[in-house]
Design a protein around this ligand. Structure first.
Ligand code: UD1
Length: 364
């Protein structure tokens, strides 16, 4: 019996999550995958680069929706995805993560009666002002198969009344990708290209609206980064949203005057993995980086008041830090006085999550 699965990607963090699934499908000839890219991210550095590095095939279909307000972007994806579903009539639609493409494609699918699988289900920050939290709650509410990365996610879903037989603790597909690329990433020349010394620099990434969309939120974080850069190199691969806001808020001069704060274009997967693996610490507001640093054993300071990934704090190297100048400087000071972190491996973060998902889908 054939199992035709439409797999959806849209934004940068989706690519690392879908890659191991597409690879695992190849072991099962009865699975017929179709890859749909919504086009939510479209820059070379935010999208195409990852396809090459992760060995992803060209998408079978690109919806080309691009940027827009949440409503406009979500609506454009819903409208563009519906005819794809009607043409391909899949046995299942699989969505990953928590971006607008995730909920939009999930909603289009279930409205037409197609079964839906959500990979990375059940994560909850408890903060409904985060667009991703809304996407997570809604996608989980309409999914038939909910694949979880950690035990807390299973508990969250049960507490929301989701039937136990729909929930599967399978591990973390993003970590599948990390483990299979770890050695290859070591070949990246990024440290010498940026003039960095192993273990001596800090990596920063920032793109959450709550940190970067207002000058009052972004200024204290920038002040902290400038303070850190006064004594060690800080590498900051910058998201297009954040770059635009630095310019709009008039912060570019201050950055230019501190060349040890190195703003670089968004990096490819292998360069970024190497950069994280050899950093003294990572400062971020990303979701996935909290998990990746846990596996790498690199201290992670998450500039948020909550996390949907509690295992990275309880078992890993992650610590939540108020996004204020003093809190960031003090947390980094703490990290610097301690010996470097130790890699942790939460249960089932073993590089085999995609294989488990395949087996479950084939029995479904
Ligand atoms: C999206 C996800 C977020 C994820 C992040 C990873 C949602 C709600 N948010 O946020 O969860 O962590 O991706 O990067 O889905 N832009 C470009 N080129 C691109 C893509 C975006 O210039 O290729 C610019 C556009 O001006 C756009 C802005 O970045 O308006 C934001 O892009 P968008 O897709 O709306 O959300 P992200 O902030 O990237």
């Amino acid at each position: 019996m054939r199992l035709k699965i439409i797999n959806v990607v849209g934004a940068r963090p989706n690519f690392m999550k879908i890659a191991p699934l597409l690879a695992a499908y190849r072991d099962h000839p009865s699975i017929e995958p179709v890859l749909v890219h919504t086009g939510q991210h479209y820059d070379e550095a935010m999208s195409r680069l990852f396809f090459g590095q992760l060995g992803l095939p060209e998408p079978d279909i690109n919806l080309g929706v691009g940027s827009g307000s949440h409503a406009a972007q979500t609506a454009a994806i819903l409208t563009a995805f519906e005819p794809v579903l009607l043409e391909h009539r899949p046995d299942l639609v699989l969505v990953v993560g928590d971006v607008n493409s995730t909920i939009a494609c999930g909603l289009a699918a279930v409205k037409l009666g197609f079964r839906l699988a959500h990979v990375e289900a059940g994560l909850r920050s408890g903060d409904r002002s985060m667009p991703e939290e809304i996407n997570r709650v809604l996608t989980d509410a309409i999914s038939d198969y909910l694949f979880c990365t950690e035990r807390a996610a299973v508990e969250n879903l049960l507490a929301e009344g989701i039937a136990r037989e729909r929930i599967f603790l399978v591990g973390n597909v993003m970590i599948d990708t990390l483990l299979s690329n770890r050695q290859r990433a070591e070949q990246s020349p990024i440290l010498s290209a940026l003039g960095l010394e192993d273990g001596q620099y800090v990596v920063a990434t920032l793109h959450r609206p709550s940190n970067v969309d207002s000058p009052d939120d972004l200024r204290p974080i920038l002040e902290a980064l400038l303070g850190i850069a006064a004594r060690r190199a800080v590498v900051f691969p910058i998201h297009p949203r954040t770059r635009r806001n630095f310019a709009a808020f008039g912060f570019e001069d201050a950055i230019r005057q501190r060349p040890s704060l190195k703003l670089v274009e968004p990096l490819g997967y292998l360069d970024f993995l190497k950069l994280m693996a050899h950093a003294r610490a990572v400062l971020t507001d990303s979701g996935g980086i909290q998990e990746e640093t846990t596996i790498l054993g690199v201290p992670c300071l998450t500039l948020r008041r909550n996390t949907e990934r509690p295992i990275t704090v309880t078992q890993g190297t992650n610590r939540l830090v108020e996004p204020t100048r003093d809190a960031i400087l003090s947390a980094l000071g703490d990290v610097e006085t301690r010996s470097p972190g130790v890699p942790a491996m939460p249960a089932l973060w073993d590089g085999k999550a995609a294989g488990r998902i395949c087996e479950i889908l084939l029995c479904a």
